[in-house]
Design a protein around this ligand. Structure first.
Ligand SMILES: *Cc1c(COP(=O)(O)O)cnc(C)c1O
Length: 365
């Protein structure tokens, strides 16, 4: 029997089934880690800065989940840099005011050097985004979407924004780290590029950094992919084969982890809404990320983060363990993020254990 074709598999199954060695009798069931710096001459790849079989297996899974073709990078930011540098010098990029702070920091640096013009917008306000697209150069300028945004949890109307950008010939990229391809697939909405910090949900165990870009399997998508492949090969922001293997192993359980974490998050968001110490809950109703604001400003929020015993007080997100942090404690975070905002990355622990710990910490403010 030939293996099932990808098209007939649901995303949860693709996460498990893709990126496997061929089904020859006696073959390994799991893709091995290939540690080599070079290859015998005459094959398709001659050097390991250009390609590695363990990356290829992971790219098959991530690409299969997003409905496109993936390239893996050393980190999410390395992948984002490959997307941003698709815009030629002097070009313009429209970006959410509350994008991931590493993304805004990277763009601020390029803007300060005069390399790019950066226009920040409220990505949840379509008329504001459309106004910012005015005057953009077809075929070179970029609308960069992140949804939900990190950490403000603003949600973009991706199909509408992408349609308007495409009508103007403007490239579109979507950071899909928070939602994951199980909750939204921007390429299906016409986006040109999807970018991931696989450090978060795709790997899911807070033990590795890795990034990915995914482009559509069309002539337009392949041309973009080729440019980002060249960038990866020549700038060298490549993942180690062991890191790729760790993500490949983690992604197998993406669907069950996300299902459990999301169910926990739905219930925690409802309980937090009723908690007297919490003044605002930002939760889009899906996924496992929540942002709350607490009474008493930065000092009270810091106390919550210091009081938890089960939740881990750490930056980053998307792991099996629940994590929290006050975002403005990060030096790069933008000033329009409230001082008392705590970002919660809900994990897969027992709900009641999570609630007891969090409620006790909130009660101590
Ligand atoms: C963490 C994160 C990034 C950066 O990824 P790294 O793997 O840490 O480089 C980019 N976008 C979002 C939304 C993130 O949360």
């Amino acid at each position: 029997m030939p293996p099932a074709t990808h098209d007939e598999l649901t995303p949860a199954t693709r996460a498990v089934a893709l990126g496997r060695p061929g089904r020859d009798p006696g073959a390994a069931v799991v893709e091995p880690v290939t540690f080599t710096s070079t290859y015998l001459a005459g094959g398709p790849v001659n050097y390991a800065r250009v390609g590695n079989p363990t990356w290829t297996a992971l790219e098959e899974v991530i690409g299969g989940l997003e409905g496109g073709e993936a390239l893996v990078f050393a980190s999410g930011l390395a992948a984002i840099d490959a997307v941003v540098t698709l815009v030629p010098p002097g070009g313009r990029i429209v970006v959410p005011g509350h994008a991931y702070n590493g993304t805004t920091g990277l763009l601020r640096g390029y803007a300060a050097e005069g390399r790019l013009e950066v226009r920040t917008v409220d990505i949840s306000d379509p008329p504001a985004v459309l106004a910012a697209l005015e005057g953009l150069e077809p075929g070179q300028d970029l609308l960069y979407i992140e949804s939900p945004t990190n950490p403000m949890m603003e949600v973009a109307d991706i199909p509408t924004l992408v349609r308007h950008a495409r009508e103007r010939g403007v490239l579109t990229a979507v950071d899909n780290t928070f939602a994951t391809p199980l909750l939204q697939t921007p390429l299906a909405d016409g986006a040109d590029v999807v970018v991931h910090s696989a450090t978060k949900y795709l790997s899911g165990h807070s033990d590795v950094l890795l990034g990915a870009v995914v482009t559509a399997a069309t002539a337009r998508g392949r041309a973009l992919r080729e440019r980002m492949l060249t960038r990866r090969s020549l700038h060298g922001a490549i993942p180690g084969p062991m890191e790729a293997w760790i993500v490949l192993r983690g992604i197998r359980t993406l669907a069950v982890r996300l299902e459990r974490a999301s169910a926990n998050a739905v219930e925690l968001a409802a309980r937090l809404d009723d908690h007297p110490a919490v003044t605002r809950v930002r939760y889009p109703g899906l996924g496992a990320m929540i942002a709350i604001e607490v009474r008493g400003g930065a000092a009270a929020a810091d106390r919550v983060c210091e009081q938890v015993r089960l939740w881990t007080h750490s930056t980053s997100l998307g792991g099996v363990e629940s994590q929290l942090e006050r975002r403005r404690a990060q030096p790069l975070e933008v000033e329009t993020v409230p001082e008392s905002l705590i970002r919660l990355s809900v994990g897969i622990e027992d709900l009641e254990d999570l609630w007891r710990d969090l409620a006790r910490a909130l009660g101590a403010t």
